[in-house]
Write a protein that binds this ligand. Sequence first.
Ligand code: GLA
Length: 388
Amino acid sequence: MNSLIKQTKKIFTERFGKEPEWITAAPGRVNLIGEHTDYNDGFVFPMAIERYTVIAAGKSSSAESTVFSVNQNAGKTVFIDGSAKPADTVTWSDYVQGTLQNCVENGAKLQPFNAVINSNVPLGGGLSSSASLEVATATLAEVIAGHRFDPVQKALLCQKAEHEYAKMPCGIMDQFISALGQKGCAMLLDCRSRVPKMVPLDDPSVAVLIVNSNVKHELTGSEYPDRRRQCEKAAKLLGVPFLRDAAMPQLESAKPVFDKEPDGGVCYRRAKHVITENDRTVFAAEALSGKDWKTAGRLMCESHISMRDDFEITVSEIDTLVDIACRLDGVFGSRMTGGGFGGCTVSLIESDKEAEITAAIGREYETRTGIKATIFATTAAQGAYSVS
Ligand code: GLA
């Protein structure tokens, strides 16, 4: 992390001929369990990871504000006077612009600045690179304006930027954990009350292993909004405000209603995933806080099967990764993490077997798919902060 900050500072100094005045950082996240439950008012259990988006910034000598992305090797002028509007086609700078606009609309008075953005969160890999960019930007707006947002408000205004400027109707999980994560803890979040419960996850005998499949298979790009709509429809058929409010017996007795729908049982399966996933998430958080790794791992594996068969958001490479991991000695559980259709898996493992497990997954995945995975272990990291 320090090296990413150092590198970002150096790039800023080279571009602008002076040291940056402000530096902010916000992490990516991995979700241990609780997938596609956030926009159903349910439970999620993510933790921040040791991968960050860092922004180094300083006052601009003109009236113009600019941002330069090291990852994109591209720069852009941004507006800080509240005059920005969402663009038709989405590019990386829209996440920044949308967040700045929402910060300004919520009372942050910005002065013109130049910024360099640098990230080691894998882009588009399902580890919330976009939320980390939004939250790092909002944290920058806070330090420039000397205006602290309530952290929950900060997460919400970043989510709004993603809805409006990135046109992605996401839930609240990613921005929330990036803004409010705590070192050494995973976070059980009730997305209805928005009250987080921090669960210590710092036992040295277990590790969280992230495996990036390095594939992304969205067919139309509308897979996520489609799932959201199907969940809303299922809630309507059940007569509840959100799927969070339904239980399995209720879904079972409403099955004849779902069977009459022309969707071939799709909404029934979506509801089944969400209802069972909410329960698994609460149980898994309990199991982890009691250091019952086996139960937590079993729930992770069940979550994967539910995402594969009922929510239908996994792809064959991801299923292969989970299959490989679950057969290995020292793996308690493994599942896909994030929105789906590729990206990463998360596994809970015995930390003294990390090297063997990493090697075995890498080897077998390449044999079975011809693709090289990127694998790293992470501890639960700190949420967004500014470096003074
Ligand atoms: C994406 C969204 C989140 C959440 C997950 C699925 O990461 O941004 O809000 O819905 O997918 O759990």
